[in-house]
Design a protein around this ligand. Structure first.
Ligand SMILES: Cc1cc2nc3c(=O)[nH]c(=O)nc-3n(C[C@H](O)[C@H](O)[C@H](O)COP(=O)(O)OP(=O)(O)OC[C@H]3O[C@@H](n4cnc5c(N)ncnc54)[C@H](O)[C@@H]3O)c2cc1C
Length: 396
């Protein structure tokens, strides 16, 4: 058997999932619930280390997905949109629209759920490559000085925006990004109801925006934009000064820096093959307009685990056709066009004129629909049959 087990690693599994972010945690658990043997691997020493996301969840997500309790902040119903000159457009929803995730707690709870479902977890372990051995893949991992090889029937890349698994499986790669950085604070005076403040300014945040998300317990202050056109850390420093008009950070407790790449080219075309598939950022599952990736990553992971479980149970390769990025790309056309428009607004005066339009009543309706609409990410249905528990003996 061509497998070198180390440090309690299983020799032989149905699925290896690389990456224990939201996509990997969600996919690994669903597959284990379907009685497949799953190994979840992440290079981080701890799952709560180096969190990069702001963690703002949209209503559709917390309404529909069973997120662990106590992991979301107070509901946010107010959005304030600021033009480059500082003109404010106030939007309010009767429903709770956003909640800031307490991501450390959320990841830790989701990892517990994975373990309870039977997922084996290897942290501080890096994916290196895989080799196709007709009956299985031989997956090479590295844990400090140890080389580990695991035989697996399927490989899932949940390894983020710059996916090594995508490269290894010869699937599509993300090529279009924005870059975001943010500071997280606590003990900030409330200064109003829980709110999301968005600042449109193509000089500070070219191709995207600056934000303050304040739910009265945490404040996230960040900027994101096209990396070819701005310096994120300098922009954040400049934005912090401007933010002083909205939020008083004088006595705030600084918690951490976050940041990273956000793929905004839309779901990638080729995200599955007989050897494996991609989920989350690795699959480009981020709204090209809002750059929100948490809802897409949960929706696509739900579909991915159904597809993978059915393929592994039946051996029917045609099931994989459902998981074809080209099908989703068409549904993102509008959002990709709006992204191009946002990218094209290079001068503050063009953005200012756009913001003036948003102050009109049809403009406000458009803005409210963008922030409060139900279409953050199209559900990647058609739904397959729900994953049926699989006879344990047939899962090897
Ligand atoms: C600054 C910023 C703010 C954001 N804010 C929001 C927001 O408020 N709301 C929203 O909806 N979206 C937001 N996003 C996007 C959202 O965070 C992502 O789309 C989402 O977190 C992607 O999850 P994921 O599991 O696919 O990837 P990740 O969370 O990136 O997880 C990938 C995991 O793979 C591991 N890994 C990578 N390579 C290897 C390897 N070779 N071997 C082993 N492990 C590996 C990494 O350690 C990591 O744990 C934000 C993104 C950024 C950068």
């Amino acid at each position: 058997m061509p497998v070198a087990a180390a440090l309690g690693t299983p020799n032989n599994v149905d699925v290896v999932v690389i990456g224990a972010g939201l996509a990997g945690l969600c996919t690994a658990r669903s597959l284990a619930d379907a009685r497949l043997s799953v190994l979840l691997v992440d290079r981080k020493p701890s799952i709560t280390y180096g969190i990069h996301t702001s963690g703002i969840f949209v209503r559709r997500t917390f309404d529909e997905f069973d997120l662990p309790g106590g992991c979301l902040g107070s509901p946010i119903r107010h959005v304030n949109l600021y033009s480059p000159a500082g003109t404010k457009i106030e939007l309010q929803s009767p429903r709770p629209e956003f909640r800031i995730g307490r991501m450390e707690r959320l990841y830790a709870e989701m990892l517990k759920r994975c373990r309870r479902a039977g997922v084996r977890v290897l942290l501080e372990t890096t994916f290196e490559s895989s080799v196709d051995r007709s009956q299985h893949l031989l997956v090479s991992l590295r844990q400090r000085a140890h080389s580990i090889r695991v035989a697996s029937r399927f490989l899932i890349g949940a390894d983020g925006a710059q996916s090594q698994v995508a490269e290894d499986l010869n699937l599509s790669l993300n090529r279009k990004w924005i870059v975001g950085v943010e500071h997280v604070y606590r003990n900030v005076p409330p200064g109003g109801p829980p709110s999301l403040h968005c600042f449109l300014d193509p000089l500070l945040a070219p191709g995207y925006l600056c934000w303050i998300a304040h739910d009265r317990d945490e404040v996230h202050l960040g900027v994101a934009g096209n990396p070819a056109r701005f310096r994120p850390l300098q922009a954040l420093q400049r934005f912090r000064k401007r933010a002083a008009n909205v939020v008083n950070l004088d006595a705030a407790e600084f918690i951490e820096n976050r940041g990273g790449r956000i793929p905004v080219g839309g779901v990638l075309p080729r995200i599955a093959s007989r050897r494996g598939l991609l989920v989350g950022d690795a699959a480009g599952a981020v709204s090209p307009l809002t750059a929100g990736g948490l809802d897409p990553c949960l929706r696509l992971s739900r579909l991915a685990s159904s597809v993978a479980a059915q393929f592994l149970t039946t051996g029917d390769e045609s099931v994989l056709n459902v998981y074809n990025g080209k099908r989703f790309r068409r549904r993102f056309l509008g959002r990709r066009l709006l992204r191009s428009l946002l990218e094209a607004c290079r001068h503050p005066w063009i953005m200012e004129a756009g913001c003036q339009l948003l102050r009109t009543s049809p403009g406000r309706a458009v803005a409210a629909r963008l922030f409060f609409g139900d279409f953050s990410f199209p559900d990647p249905a058609p739904r397959l049959q729900p994953i049926a528990p699989i006879d344990a003996s047939s899962s090897r």
